[in-house]
Design a protein around this ligand. Sequence first.
Ligand SMILES: C[S@@+](CC[C@H](N)C(=O)[O-])C[C@H]1O[C@@H](n2cnc3c(N)ncnc32)[C@H](O)[C@@H]1O
Length: 331
Amino acid sequence: MSSSPSRTKGRRLVLLGARTGGAMAPRAPGSVWLVGAGPGDPDLLTVRALNVIHRADVVVHDGLVPDAIIDLAPANAQRICVAKRKSLHTYPQAEINRMLVAFALEGLTVVRLKGGDPFIFGRGGEELEACRAAGVECHVVPGVTAALAASASAGAPLTHRDAAQAVTFVTGHAKAGEAPNLDWPALARANQTVVIYMGLSTAGMIAQCLMRAGRAASTPTVIVENASLETERRVVTTLAGLADAAAGLSGTALLMVGEAMATAMPTVSPQGVVSLPPLGEVPAAPGMGAPAWRDLRGVAPSTASRSDRSHATSTPKRGGEIRSALRGVVR
Ligand SMILES: C[S@@+](CC[C@H](N)C(=O)[O-])C[C@H]1O[C@@H](n2cnc3c(N)ncnc32)[C@H](O)[C@@H]1O
């Protein structure tokens, strides 16, 4: 090992030498682990993810994975950030694939750490295929996807016996200025929850497409920003109010649309300010009762009049009101 010219490549090969007992020993094949890091809060990491991260030689991570999770890797593990930013891809996907394969072929344990779950809008499938094509062992460790964390903290179930018999995860990503290419008539059917990832910047168009396809303007809608993190913010609105609500947010967020969102709780800031949509403008859909948030008065953080609502201070009440909150929005 000491006279090998490849030693200049650094720590990776030193580790390999230590593992195989010298430069002449055959290299044991390494492996790639596609690990879901969950929505951000390290508490939401799975035990398996933690065990795998502890064994990493190299961690290749996304921008959504917080330092608190990356730091769980051994101190001498190499850390590589391959964060993708809108239209600014630091590493093209093909290069990430090659990197994972190359490290594994050097005999390393490669942890590909991704926000949420690797197979939900995470390109995990492409990385798995690249490993298989190269004959590299690849394992997948599921993670808590953002929708699960968002619905849990909002207190609004993605499915509900009365209000949501289906849940669909879609991407709101689209070419600049265009609406996402989705099956709007299918998504507009009542009594299902539609969760839109990467949809903050296209929220207005998404709302228009859903309403044009027949989804009621009064359908309860929630935006959850930075789900599970200390900076989490939830805005409870309706489909008609979605564009305005989204305009005030800029972080990592997802949108959840559906009757079951009627029980969602908005954020209460330390100052006691709740994020609520403007009341009154949203027409009730034909055959429906008042808009969902009217029925939520009993469970909303404030029973203040409309003019006070943006500065409401009372503590949220939860409990048996959930069913009554759903009444009036379930068709
Ligand atoms: C490329 S997708 C990755 C999704 C990830 N694989 C998952 O399973 O959650 C990124 C999008 O996921 C959503 N997202 C991820 N983490 C989030 C969080 N903590 N809070 C809200 N939305 C989040 C946002 O819509 C963001 O634009």
